[in-house]
Design a protein around this ligand. Sequence first.
Ligand code: SF4
Length: 385
Amino acid sequence: MSIRPQQFQKLLLSWFDRHGRKHLPWQKNKTPYRVWISEIMLQQTQVATVIPYYEQFMQHYPDLSSLAMANEDDVLHLWAGLGYYSRARNLLRAARMIIRDFAGKLPNNAEQLRQLPGIGESTAGAILSIAFNQPAAILDGNVKRVLARLHAVTQPVNDKKIETRLWELAKSYTPSRRTADYTQAIMDLGATLCTRSKPQCAACPLASHCAAHQLGIADQLPKKKSARKLPIRTSTFIILEYNGKLLLNKRPSSGIWGGLWSFPEIPGAPDLSLLRAFCRKHYQINVTTCRELESFRHTFSHYHLDIQPVVIPIRRKPAKIMEGAGQIWYNPSQPEAIGLPKPVQTIIGHWENCDDTTNTLHEAAKRSRRIGTTAASRRNGEKNL
Ligand code: SF4
């Protein structure tokens, strides 16, 4: 079963004219800058999640030069909760490159766009087609799904060879006119009808040409190479609490939560001996009491992180903690505009709501005895309280 590109475009565009999304925030006052920001935010993220972040971002940085002059903390603060923070850091780097290398204008060709951090082939295609109406193809998750079903591609779509084939199909269907509408149309079809589960084939303009629908296998496609089981890591987050404020460290600019602010942490489950040694070494603090907050799991793309927060109240500010040198005392009742990853926001929420008389050192010690056979304590021959 096949469909000619012209017929595909005609069916898709007339469906778009009647049902497509035309009032998304980035479709108003369309500029290359606004399209670029939306395409970066939409990577791996759904439209409904992106909208409030996008609007807030635009209020702060309405154009390229305002973004290029921003500081990283402010940008990360606006991004907090949206995830994949390298996107925010890359936007800032790219904005500065555009000012420096491209006379302040977002390039209108694929080669230069792809020199900018955070822009791959599909994002470049989306920017060129939507912002500049150029006949450039995209292959995001929605488009992959539509094409894999249309052609009943039963091999995993994350296989390199199959991806190459899907790119060829995507390019062959992309029209030379109305490309901006076409790109929006195929993304909309994937997001609203050809959804991951329960595709609404009865309402789809492509139904009579769709091989997967005809074969009755639409909801089984696309296939992916079986995902590897994610490993689980555990980390103890140390919440040093002084006078209603919490100590946060700025993380290195690369790696997990790069450039964001988080609590000091020790790998592994809570162990009082290790906690005490850590606080003595890094802050010259003698831990006399502590309490645990609710533990929870945060999942990254490549592992699960089980987080166990432990609050350590202190009465005097340790001289070893230098504010401004990548450390701050964060006051949740008067929060500063800094980037906090979602789990840090969660911990602060738990801290604000917790009953600080529960689960004190004694409780923690009991728990610690339970977990006292950690590799670290066995190795060091330490005894827990
Ligand atoms: S007919 Fe169904 S499976 Fe095929 S493209 Fe349309 S919604 Fe997707």
